[in-house]
Ligand binder design. Sequence first.
Ligand SMILES: C[S@@+](CC[C@H](N)C(=O)[O-])C[C@H]1O[C@@H](n2cnc3c(N)ncnc32)[C@H](O)[C@@H]1O
Length: 180
Amino acid sequence: MAAQFHWNPATYLEEIRAEVPRFDELQRAAIEAIPFAPERVLELGMGTGETTRVLLESYPDAWVTGLDSSPEMVFRLRQEYDGVMLARMEDPLPDGPWDLVIAVLSIHHLTDEQKRVLFRRVREQARALVIGDVVESERQVTPIHPEHDYPDTPEQLAEWCGGEVTWRADDLAVVRATYA
Ligand SMILES: C[S@@+](CC[C@H](N)C(=O)[O-])C[C@H]1O[C@@H](n2cnc3c(N)ncnc32)[C@H](O)[C@@H]1O
């Protein structure tokens, strides 16, 4: 099983912006990749809700259900959002159907086999998937911790989920799949 790293919600934003200098660009590119106005959204690895916040700016009527495996993050999220679950992406997803499953900076914590299983589960329940993440690149900007980070190339992610690469910059990319 992949080792788990727990961020401190109080310092998360400052630290992630230092590790991922194009963090805000990545969030915007992920939201721009959403193929239609979603109503029912499932977010995987919600963190402190940064992706959620940007998504709701563009789609204020979306109903976001989120999960995260970190009790600290979930405690913090529940002060702001309903529908946040303490759960792992490796386990069966909360029951859909979902218009959109979105995961920003979280999928790379799964092993390749876990990603493939997740993508199969998403495809059974969702009309679209958007991934924004750290990927393998010649110019690796974001520190990679081999014990809990497993980035792939964007092309590999796109092949596994049946999608396409919509944006890339340095070692970040957005992949979108539309299923219906
Ligand atoms: C880097 S944060 C990204 C949060 C948010 N999407 C953003 O872009 O700011 C990744 C989140 O994924 C969560 N996470 C890591 N592995 C996970 C897993 N296996 N299942 C569910 N959540 C996980 C972490 O606890 C963390 O809150």
